[in-house]
Design a protein around this ligand. Structure first.
Ligand code: ADP
Ligand code: MG
Length: 358
């Protein structure tokens, strides 16, 4: 049986927004009520809350920026976008792109290189076959997946920054920015608010949160970490941050069930099937949301041990890993800023990491 999860997700998200606007935030961040606006963009519910200004024009500017990024980079429900043009021209010609799209492609290539293709920004042909998040989601034929994975190769995405162009070298190749575009949009919205004098704000792109400054009481924000077993807006813990972002990738985000088996949206480019390890979600805490987005997807693909190693090797990057049996593993820098609030979840230590040699 195939579930219509898109509609269900939308309803759940709307419900979450209604609930949240009723009781604002389970972790009250400030006494003052913020100036907030909500919109549906980039396939998700986006809420911007500004705590120190009531400026409609600025609010619109931030939302317009997110809309602009969606328009350039979408491959869903749109007739055209820069990425659609790039994909259509695969194996044929170079395409001229805006600095925005080139930047996100460059970042996507960087994470592909760093992970040696475990994260691969050219995963498009495989994503297309699964149709996850649509009404037609179904397990593709094996032979079709085998053909599609042959087209996945970030090294054949060539960027020419001097000419502002890019080309996919093999016919049929397709870029999919689903893993990082939201992060970029979050960074851009935060930048616009900051450049216009906002000192205290929270931007939430469907659970991908970026904060501007600390809260109006000059303390860090308390940001909930999603309980990956419950609908959006139910938190299992809280992290104290300022001027940072929390980005979560989870196998529960988009999925469908067929013959009792769950198929989710984070795909192993070597097999074409959803990645199988014991991770339910990875939340990354870092400065830029685009990095949080790239790293949360990569860490989820890597699995717990390798994912934690990656996080520990990077400056200013922390993480919360949650397994399918509700075990929680955190990177060392989270010791004093992360608390579990739901006792169903248990903090564990990785035997191999112990106290890292630094
Ligand atoms: P979400 O969209 O739920 O925020 P992620 O940021 O983890 O989640 O991104 C998942 C999306 O990334 C998928 O929907 C797909 O578009 C894309 N994707 C899936 N597998 C890979 C992969 N191996 N490398 C790069 N992108 C991927
Ligand atoms: Mg991501």
């Amino acid at each position: 049986m195939i579930y219509n999860i898109k509609l269900r997700l939308l309803l759940l998200a709307l419900l979450a927004v209604l609930l949240l606007s009723g009781c604002r935030n389970p972790f009250p961040n400030a006494a003052a009520k913020p100036f907030s606006k909500t919109s549906f963009l980039l396939g998700t519910i986006i809420e911007i809350s500004i705590f120190d200004k009531h400026d409609e024009t600025l609010m619109d500017k931030a939302f317009n920026r997110i809309w602009e990024i969606e328009k350039k980079m979408t491959i869903n429900n749109a007739e055209s976008s820069e990425i659609i043009s790039l994909n259509k021209a695969s194996g044929k010609n170079e395409v001229t792109l805006s600095p925005d799209t080139l930047f996100v492609l460059k970042k996507g290539k960087e994470y592909s290189e760093m992970s040696e293709g475990v994260f691969d920004i050219t995963i498009g042909p495989v994503v297309k076959l699964w149709n996850i998040g649509t009404d037609y989601a179904a397990v593709p034929e094996k032979s079709k997946l085998a053909e599609a994975i042959k087209l996945v190769d970030y090294r054949k995405l060539r960027l020419n920054e001097d000419n502002h162009t890019a080309i996919l070298e093999k016919p049929g190749m397709q870029v999919d920015l689903g893993a990082i575009a939201k992060g970029y949009a979050a960074d851009e919205a935060a930048r616009i608010l900051k450049e216009n004098g906002v000192k205290h704000a929270i931007i939430n792109l469907g659970g991908n949160v970026i904060t501007v400054g600390g809260n109006p009481n000059r303390k860090p924000w308390k940001i909930g970490i999603q309980n990956p077993f419950n609908p959006r807006g139910d938190f299992m813990g809280v992290v104290h941050i300022q001027d940072q972002t929390v980005v979560t990738s989870g196998t529960y985000e988009r999925y469908f069930k067929e013959n009792g088996k769950i198929y989710h949206h984070i795909l192993n480019p070597n097999t074409g099937y959803p990645v199988e390890n014991n991770l339910r979600s990875v939340s990354i805490i870092t400065g830029k949301s685009i990095d949080g987005d790239g790293l949360s997807t990569t860490a989820l693909l890597y699995g717990l041990e390798k994912g934690m190693k990656l996080v520990d090797s990077l400056e200013n990057v922390e993480a919360v890993f949650i397994t399918n049996d509700k075990k929680v593993y955190t990177s060392s820098g989270l010791k004093y800023i992360f608390t579990i609030t739901n006792p169903e979840f248990k903090l564990e230590k990785l035997p191999s990491t112990g106290e890292p040699g630094r």
